[in-house]
Design a protein around this ligand. Structure first.
Ligand SMILES: Nc1ncnc2c1ncn2[C@@H]1O[C@H](COP(=O)(O)OP(=O)(O)OP(=O)(O)O)[C@@H](O)[C@H]1O
Ligand SMILES: [Mg+2]
Length: 242
C-alpha cells in the first residue's frame, strides 16, 4: 500500500537581508509504501531537514504535492488545512527531531505518556507504556519524574524518542535521531524501529551515520544542491533492497 507519494515538491525561502529567494530543495519526487524505510542523503544545507519539516508541515512547501494515505483517505500534506494537519500529527504522522522541547514543570514520564492520553488511552496505560519506553532507551529510573530541562543532551533525546514512538503511526519522520545517543540507546532505537517497520510503519530518515540503520534501509533519496545543475532531485532514487 502506498503511504506517501511526493511529486515535484519544492521549498524556497525568501531571505529578507539579501532580498532573494533561496531554494532549500527543488523538484523532489518519490513514493513510499507501508513498512518501507527511505534514507535521505546529501551534503549539509541541501534541504534534508527542510524536506522533513515540509512533510510534517512545520514549513509550507512552495510547490508540488505530497499525497498521504491516511486512515480517513488521501490528503495532500502540502495543502491540507491546519486542523487536518493537527489531527494527522496526533494520530498518523510522528516526528523525531534532534532536540527535545522540554516544557516547564512537566516530568519526563508525563511528556512521554502525553501522546497516548491525547489518543484517548487511560492514564494507567499511558504511564505504564511510558515507563516501558523510557526503560527500553535506558533512561535511569531515578530521573523519570524529574523535569527534562536539566537533563543531558543524550537523556533529553531518549525522552524525545520515547515520546515520538510511543503512539502508533503510519509514517515516522526521523531527523538525525541518533546524533547524541550512546551505543546502547542507538541499538535500542534500531530494534524498536525494526519492530515498527515490521508492523507496516513507513519511515523517512536522515542519519549522519547511516550504518546505524543499515539493516532497515529499503531506498535512498539523494538530494543534490539546487545550483549543481541537477534540478530534478530524486532521480537517483535507487532501490537498494536487494
Ligand atoms: N526558516 C528558514 N529560513 C531561511 N532559510 C532556511 C530556513 N530553514 C532552512 N533554511 C535554509 O535551507 C537550506 C537547507 O537547510 P536544511 O536545514 O534543510 O539542510 P540539511 O540538509 O538538513 O543540512 P544538515 O546536513 O546540515 O542538517 C539551508 O541553506 C538553510 O539555511
Ligand atoms: Mg538537517
Amino acid at each position: 500500500m502506498t503511504i506517501l507519494h511526493v511529486h515535484e515538491l519544492s521549498k524556497r525561502f525568501h531571505i529578507h537581508q539579501i532580498e532573494r529567494e533561496v531554494a532549500a530543495f527543488d523538484w523532489v519526487s518519490f513514493t513510499l509504501h507501508a513498512g518501507e524505510f527511505l534514507l535521505v542523503r546529501g551534503p549539509n544545507g541541501v534541504g534534508k531537514s527542510t524536506l522533513l519539516r515540509c512533510l510534517y508541515r512545520a514549513y509550507v512547501p512552495s510547490a508540488g504535492q505530497a499525497m498521504f494515505t491516511s486512515t480517513a483517505g488521501a490528503i495532500d500534506l502540502a495543502r491540507a488545512a491546519d486542523v487536518d494537519i493537527m489531527w494527522l500529527r496526533r494520530s498518523e504522522i510522528g516526528n523525531v527531531s534532534q532536540f527535545l522541547r522540554p516544557r516547564p514543570r512537566v516530568s519526563a514520564l508525563d511528556l512521554v505518556a502525553e501522546p497516548l492520553l491525547l489518543l484517548g488511552h487511560d492514564w494507567e496505560t499511558a504511564q505504564r507504556e511510558a515507563r516501558e519506553w523510557l526503560a527500553a532507551f535506558g533512561l535511569k529510573p531515578e530521573i523519570w519524574s524529574a523535569y527534562p530541562a536539566t537533563f543531558s543532551g543524550g537523556e533529553q533525546q531518549k525522552v524525545n524518542l520515547a515520546r515520538a514512538l510511543i503512539a502508533p503511526r503510519r509514517l515516522l519522520l526521523l531527523d538525525e535521531p541518533t546524533a547524541s545517543l550512546d551505543a546502547e540507546a542507538r541499538a535500542a532505537l534500531v530494534e524498536r524501529l525494526g519492530q515498527l517497520k515490521a508492523r507496516g510503519v513507513a519511515m523517512i530518515g536522515v542519519f549522519h551515520h547511516p550504518e546505524d540503520v543499515r539493516g532497515l534501509i529499503d531506498n535512498e533519496l539523494y538530494l543534490a544542491p539546487p545550483d549543481s545543475g541537477s534540478r530534478r532531485n530524486g532521480e537517483e532514487y535507487a532501490n537498494v533492497a536487494e
